[in-house]
Design a protein around this ligand. Structure first.
Ligand SMILES: Nc1ncnc2c1ncn2[C@@H]1O[C@H](COP(=O)(O)OP(=O)(O)OP(=O)(O)O)[C@@H](O)[C@H]1O
Length: 258
């Protein structure tokens, strides 16, 4: 689904990403992890074509990213970002309808009736009781679900998540990630997620790319990447890594040095 080759980016002459090379398979849940400032968001912005690389190439569904028009790209790719929501006066149902923009003609009309799709996604995300509320009447967690709804109604082949659980409590973190995974099973969407929480990354990602100071430390399964020495080298803190008793995946416990 995605091929990234020799990607490089610098801001004002300061290199923030060098020699990034990886592939993401169709239907995969792919995580990007790394400390603050390691280049995760920059990489995601290049995949969504918000910024251009200085060198290297990204291929999306067998076509170089640079050759997509904005509208073509919007039919393939959706980005979950809370800042991507419209101004506060819009109602939840209207915001979800806006997600269909890539499929509408210049009159804002679409060939097929999308009401069933919008209803299905509102059900999936528990947004039915909030449908007529305006965005300013929602909590941070509810807004995050609306933003996810707007991304899902696009029916993307590729869903990009930039720290999707930042404002969510543990219950909503698991709920949001489970919803994405459930949706992935029915639609085969490819998911690329920047995640700060290494334990969530371990539970949900098929493979993980680890960045450190703009350099690719490695790409591999959670077992390959979430090892004590690697985490210490990159994050500067030595955790205890244990196997999850139910999911049999690595989970980390932090150790205080005080
Ligand atoms: N528009 C910009 N102009 C100059 N420098 C930038 C710009 N955007 C990002 N940077 C710098 O590029 C580096 C990588 O930033 P980026 O946001 O990609 O990191 P990140 O891994 O997503 O960080 P965080 O986990 O803190 O969100 C940082 O040093 C940041 O200060």
């Amino acid at each position: 689904m995605i091929h990234v080759r020799g990607l490089q980016k610098a801001y004002q002459g300061v290199s923030v990403l060098t020699e990034i090379d990886f592939d993401v398979k169709r239907g995969e849940f792919f995580g990007i992890i790394g400390p603050n400032g390691s280049g995760k968001s920059t990489l995601l912005k290049m995949i969504s074509s918000v910024i251009a690389p200085d060198a290297g190439e990204i291929t999306l569904a067998d076509k170089p990213l640079a050759r997509y028009t904005r509208k073509e790209l919007a039919r393939i790719l959706a980005v979950l970002e809370q800042e991507g929501l419209p101004p506060v006066g819009f109602r939840v149902r209207e915001v979800l309808e806006m997600g269909r923009f890539p499929y509408q003609n210049w009159l804002g009309e679409e060939k097929d009736d999308v009401t069933p799709l919008i209803e299905e996604i509102m059900q999936l995300l528990g947004l039915v009781p909030l449908a007529e509320r305006t965005l300013d009447q929602l909590s941070g967690g509810e807004k995050q679900r609306v933003a996810l709804g707007k991304a899902l109604v696009q029916k993307p082949q590729l869903l990009l998540l930039d720290e999707p659980t930042t404002y969510l409590d543990i219950g909503y973190q698991i709920q949001l990630m489970d919803i994405v995974r459930k949706w992935q099973k029915t639609t085969q969407v490819t998911v690329v997620a920047v995640l700060h929480d290494l334990n969530l990354a371990s539970l949900y990602c098929d493979r993980i790319l680890m960045l450190h100071k703009g350099v690719q430390i490695g790409v591999g399964t959670p077992q390959d990447m979430l090892q004590t020495d690697k985490i210490e080298a990159v994050y500067g803190t030595r955790p205890i890594v244990m196997e999850h008793p139910v999911h049999h995946l690595p989970q980390i416990m932090l150790q205080s040095r005080a």
